[in-house]
Design a protein around this ligand. Structure first.
Ligand code: G6P
Length: 611
């Protein structure tokens, strides 16, 4: 979603702003802008569409713009008002002296706007953000202090925000604050940075301060001062940022998505490292702080998540119920938060999120926390808002994921669920999972085998790339794999793809089948193999074009399926972690063949920070 970058120091601010915004592009956006201070005047430059449009404008005025050593920048994902130049950030006040960039949503902006308009403020955009600019300018007129003006303004603002502000008369000050949206201050020598996410900073500094709720930071080239909303000074906690700049490079791959798919064998090894040490040793999961007695006696677990994380949660439900006999409910966070959920201190609530910033999931875990539930967070961002809500935190360690379509973070979530389920089973005294542990250890090699033969999947992708619709079928533990395969395809190729439990096909969806509708059957050897085979026959009998994804070498499949994607044999219970890889590749190659913007699909955002 939206992204913020701010810089103050001695270098050309515009270079740092544009580079920072480039490294946040992956989050998804539809317009962009910067504010700089040139010869004592705040100048705004904005563009609709891709960041390149802003870069083109900047290039024409570069000699002038590059004089500024202070600036703020923004990429916007439209919420209030269309993605136009007028609505792009930064926004300003009547006199043009204040410039503001903002992530989040101001819930009471209509009331504020009415009041401000009565006091003579003229609005130029449809955004909620513009109210902040006018409000801060009004307060500045009263107190002549930017930090104080921001503090007073935030007392009147309701909603979620990360804000960065500069004022024309203060060439050496940026003020930044946040509530329910992330913001991190990067520390340099004679220069300081602020950004809504780490990738914008890591090429410049590894030292940073994560701002807490309602804290206000005042940055100059040589200082960072932080106060809370009541003006009390806050002690700075300087942390070391977790990544190397190389994480933001494609390393020779055409797209980040392809690179991230290829990183999955190492992601599995990373997640297992130190936790699964030997087949005959118990899983070590120090991250789960719930005492073993409570864990043993849990009779209910709820898992909340969105999108791809929801599919990982569905696999989690299947294996926790199977191994531990504990009832698990999985629900999209956006549904969980608007009904009466039966949650109490005897319920373990697990929040799953790649970004740790998904607004619906944050709200869901906060609601459960207020009812006394133990909160376990499974996330790729241990520095995120959600992680800060956790009683137990499992960081999945997939490394930064740049492509909007989640791949390696899904893999890391899945493996974390396998470890958690085995750990819980072992706490309960169930010790029959050694074969699964062995399979987990050899999983990376099996994924590598699939990657080594990716051309076969590419060929299949070419054959089916022009289909308008797609159906994925599976049963049991691979139903979430069917949903995830369909979601990947939808997300990056915009083909209408749906996952169904194979048994449901004949209860409605079968009506859609004909020669224009490919059906991909996930046919992993095990309990439901024969059942899915029969369901595939039923689809074939309706002239559907059939694709199989299977670990079987049964030659009979050749008659039924036009295209067979064969993968190494694997035990059924772990098969979702292997079967998803060819589906990621299939979606990738179809989107690539169709010439889509694979890493930044239209309308999507990497972390959805609004409900
Ligand atoms: C967005 C992304 C999806 C992601 C979902 C949940 O919709 O486009 O790829 O799965 O959010 O995100 P989270 O960060 O909570 O896993």
């Amino acid at each position: 979603m939206c992204g913020i970058v701010g810089y103050i120091g001695y270098r050309k601010a515009v270079d740092i702003l544009l580079e920072g915004l480039t490294s946040l592009e992956y989050r998804g956006y539809d317009s962009s802008g910067i504010a700089v201070n040139v010869d004592g005047k705040v100048q705004l430059y904005k563009a609709a569409g891709k960041l390149q449009n802003l870069k083109n404008i900047v290039e024409k005025n570069y000699a002038d713009i590059s004089k500024s050593t202070i600036g703020i920048g923004h990429i916007r994902w439209a919420t209030h008002g269309a993605p136009t130049v007028e609505n792009a950030h930064p926004h300003s006040c009547n006199c043009g002296k204040v410039a503001v960039v903002h992530n989040g949503i101001i819930e009471n902006f209509k009331e504020l706007k009415e009041k401000l308009e009565k006091n003579g403020c003229t609005f130029r955009s449809q955004t909620d953000t513009e109210t902040i600019a006018h409000l801060i300018a009004t307060k500045f007129g009263e107190v002549h202090d930017l930090t104080e003006a921001v503090r007073l303004a935030t007392k009147e603002i309701e909603g979620a925000y990360a804000i960065c502000v500069m004022h024309q008369d203060l060439k050496d000050t940026i003020v930044a604050t946040r509530r329910n949206a992330p913001l991190v201050v990067g520390l340099g020598e004679g220069e300081n940075y602020v950004a809504s996410d780490v990738p914008a900073l890591i090429q410049y500094t590894k030292k940073a301060i994560y701002l807490d709720e309602n804290q206000i930071a005042t940055l100059t080239p040589n200082s960072v001062d932080i106060i809370d909303i009541d003006k009390n000074p806050v002690e700075k906690k300087i942390e070391t940022l977790p990544w190397e700049p190389v994480a933001l490079s494609k390393m020779g791959y055409k797209h980040f998505m392809l690179k991230e798919i290829h990183e999955q064998p190492d992601v599995v090894r990373n997640v297992l490292s130190g936790k699964l040490r030997a087949i005959d040793e118990n899983i070590i999961l120090k991250e789960v702080t719930l005492d073993k007695e409570t864990l043993k006696n849990l009779n209910r677990i709820q898992i909340v998540a969105c999108g791809t994380s929801l599919h990982a949660a569905m696999v989690g439900k299947y294996i926790i119920e199977d191994f531990c006999g504990i009832a698990v409910d999985v629900e999209p966070s956006s549904e969980y938060i608007y009904r009466k959920t039966i949650t109490d201190k005897n319920t373990l609530v697990i929040g799953v999120s790649q970004s740790g910033e998904t607004a619906d999931t944050i709200t869901a875990v906060r609601q459960a926390k207020s009812k006394g539930s133990h909160i376990l967070i499974v996330t790729n961002r241990p520095d995120s808002t959600m992680a800060r809500e956790a009683d137990s935190l499992i960081p999945v360690n997939a490394g930064i994921e740049v492509s909007v379509a989640a791949t390696k973070s899904y893999m890391a979530q899945l493996i974390s669920f396998y470890l958690l389920a085995i750990y819980m089973a072992e706490v309960k005294g169930i010790n029959n999972l050694n074969e699964l542990k062995h399979e987990l250890i050899v999983l990376p090699q099996k994924i590598e085998k699939i990657l080594a033969h990716k051309e076969d999947i590419q060929k299949c992708a070419r054959k089916f790339a022009n289909s308008k619709d797609f159906i994925f079928i599976a049963r049991g533990i691979n139903f979430p794999t069917a949903l995830e395969g369909a979601l990947k395809l939808k997300e990056i190729s915009y083909i209408n793809a749906t996952g169904y439990t194979a048994g449901e096909l004949k209860h409605g969806p079968i009506a859609m089948l004909d020669e224009s509708m490919p059906v991909l059957s996930i046919l992993m050897k095990g309990k439901v193999y024969d059942k899915i085979l029969s369901n595939s026959e039923e689809a074939k009998a309706r002239n559907a074009r059939m694709i199989a994804l299977t670990d079987s070498d049964d030659t009979k499949l050749n008659e039924l399926f036009e295209c067979i994607i064969r993968i190494p044999e694997i035990c059924e219970i772990l098969s979702p972690a292997l079967a998803v890889v060819p589906l990621q590749l299939l979606a990738y190659y179809i989107a690539e063949f169709l010439g889509k913007d694979v890493d930044q699909p239209r309308n999507l955002a990497k972390s959805v920070t609004v409900e």
